[in-house]
Design a protein around this ligand. Structure first.
Ligand SMILES: Nc1nc2c(ncn2[C@@H]2O[C@H](COP(=O)(O)OP(=O)(O)OP(=O)(O)O)[C@@H](O)[C@H]2O)c(=O)[nH]1
Length: 322
């Protein structure tokens, strides 16, 4: 299909999982490299919060976040874990971080078990979504301790009747094997075009903050019902002509048009509320924040739309500005 004159371009999503403090954020930054600047403009998407984009000539790897796997103690915890599982089965590759300076423990075994149950269809063998075991903080141990740790990591997969797609020791601190890990992850992505042209998330910082204010207001009190299914896109912020009067110290009126995307009609109903009452108070609350932010009077125009499965569809994502 592809010959030497048309090199393959790959694109897709990866998720870093692991217990707290195992080095996920530091590794994300190391993988993303100088592009880390875009983190300031990261969109407040849903369960696919983007932590960074690895942008290379041959591939674009989008690193997404999950709230973190943990043992559910409450019903909410269980629901959260369901969402985590959804996210995990939707990405192209999972990097499971196991720090070299700590023994494999119950927390790691719990996550391995979850991965085996969640992202596998078969009873034994490989994971459905490939899971790369990443031994983080490789700089903290000597060679022989590393060998022992790699064996323990291998056994962890065996204990859940699975095999890692790869095992890669890295150090985000000194850069050891970060490039190799990037190659390995990219190797698991499907062929595809850039999901984010140029590797940039294009939102203006102002628009990002406006979106965040609207999102916060819209989730207030209904966070449990639509915690990760709400995307907010600022369509435009324009000055209404002739609305300001500098001489009289009257700031202009800004028209702020914002779309709220949900996945289902039932969620749309929640956001809007009976007779539109909830949406009105969301608007009032958000407007106050936006006026303070922009130092201007604001006319806020909110629209709620259903975008089915938008989180998985690159075309939709792009349309939504991600
Ligand atoms: N020596 C060494 N320390 C590291 C490395 N990577 C991360 N650390 C340290 O480990 C600690 C935790 O790193 P984080 O990147 O915040 O870990 P995390 O998994 O994102 O943590 P949560 O956000 O709690 O999930 C920090 O003190 C880092 O400086 C590494 O490669 N080598």
């Amino acid at each position: 299909m592809n010959d030497d004159t048309s090199p393959v371009h790959r694109s897709g999503f990866a998720c870093l999982v692991g217990r707290p403090n195992v080095g996920k954020s530091t590794l994300t930054n190391a993988l993303v490299g100088e592009k880390v600047a875009i983190m300031s403009a990261r969109p407040q998407t849903t369960r696919h919060t983007i932590r960074g984009i690895v942008h290379r000539p041959d591939a674009q790897l989008v690193l997404v976040d999950t709230p973190g796997l943990h043992r559910p103690r409450t019903l909410l915890g269980e629901r959260l874990n369901d969402l985590v599982r959804d996210t995990l089965s939707e990405v192209d590759v999972i990097a499971f971080c196991l720090p070299a300076d700590q023994k494999i423990g119950p927390g790691d075994r719990y996550i391995a078990q979850q991965l085996a149950e969640t992202v596998s269809t078969r009873r034994t063998g490989s994971f459905k979504v490939p899971v790369v075991a990443v031994v983080t903080k490789a700089d903290t141990v000597d060679r022989s301790a590393m060998v022992d740790h790699l064996l323990a990591v291998q056994e962890l997969a065996a204990s859940v009747d699975r095999e890692w797609a790869d095992i890669v020791p890295v150090s985000a601190k000194d850069g050891f094997q970060v490039g190799e890990l990037s190659d390995v992850l990219v190797g698991h992505l499907p062929e595809g075009p850039e999901l984010y042209p140029g590797g940039e998330l294009t939102d203006e910082p102002e628009a990002v903050m406006v979106a965040e204010l609207v999102r916060e207001a819209a989730l207030e009190g209904v966070r449990d019902e639509l915690p990760h299914s709400l995307a907010v896109v600022v369509e435009e912020i324009v000055e209404r002509e002739g609305s300001g009067d500098e001489a009289k110290g009257r700031p202009p009126l800004l028209d702020v048009r914002v779309n709220l995307f949900v996945e289902r009609d039932s969620q749309k109903a929640i956001v809007i509320g009976r007779g539109g009452s909830r949406l009105r108070s969301v608007g009032t609350e958000a407007r106050r924040g936006i006026e303070a932010l922009l130092g201007s009077r604001v006319y806020l125009d909110l629209h709620v739309k259903v975008a089915k499965d938008w989180q998985r569809d690159p075309k939709q994502l792009r349309r939504l500005g991600f």
